[in-house]
Design a protein. Structure first.
Length: 171
């Protein structure tokens, strides 16, 4: 490989990042953590073909910056496919690409991150966010429903799934 100057390295990194992001986007709108089916992943890489709403939200924000149009498909996936979201208004640990829960831990930042990604995507044209008004309302109401003013009313896990807080132990 020929030697690259700093500007070429930056351009190469941005182009490669765009490719990886696009490769993690599933046709139904899901954004997976890693598409280990792609040839550039080592053959012994663990499969991460799961949707973590938090991680996908960060990908949506990065895609805003890189001018990649994937956000609305993901927001629609959240609304239509994420198991129990329609009923409970919160997202859980992670999901299979078809929307079935793969993890059952409640992590409040999963829902909060999706709401943040929607805000980021529509921040300069908030009236257009109304297209996902149902997602916004359900997510905000869902988080409020499980918050009792001092702590969450259901067991809550941290971002690394290592620690759990229990509502009966107080805030």
């Amino acid at each position: 490989m020929m030697e690259m100057n700093e500007s070429e390295k930056i351009s190469y990194t941005i182009d490669l990042s765009k490719k990886v992001i696009k490769d993690c986007c599933v046709e139904n709108g899901a954004i997976i953590a890693a598409n280990t089916d792609k040839g550039y992943y080592p053959k012994d890489a663990s499969s991460y073909r799961y949707v973590w709403p938090r991680d996908a939200s960060f990908v949506c924000v990065a895609s805003d910056i890189l001018n990649i149009k994937i956000q609305e498909d993901f927001f629609q996936w959240c609304l239509e496919r994420a198991e129990d979201f329609d009923r409970k208004g919160v997202f859980y640990q992670n999901y299979h690409t078809n929307g079935v829960k793969a993890g059952y831990q409640f992590q409040p930042d999963q829902t909060g991150s999706v709401l943040w990604a929607i805000w980021h995507h529509y921040r300069d044209r908030l009236e257009d966010a109304l297209e996902f008004g149902e997602l916004i309302k359900k997510g905000a109401n869902g988080i409020c429903r499980v918050w009792n003013g001092k702590n969450f009313s259901i067991p809550t896990y941290d971002i690394w799934e290592e620690r759990c807080t229990f509502p009966d132990l107080g805030g």
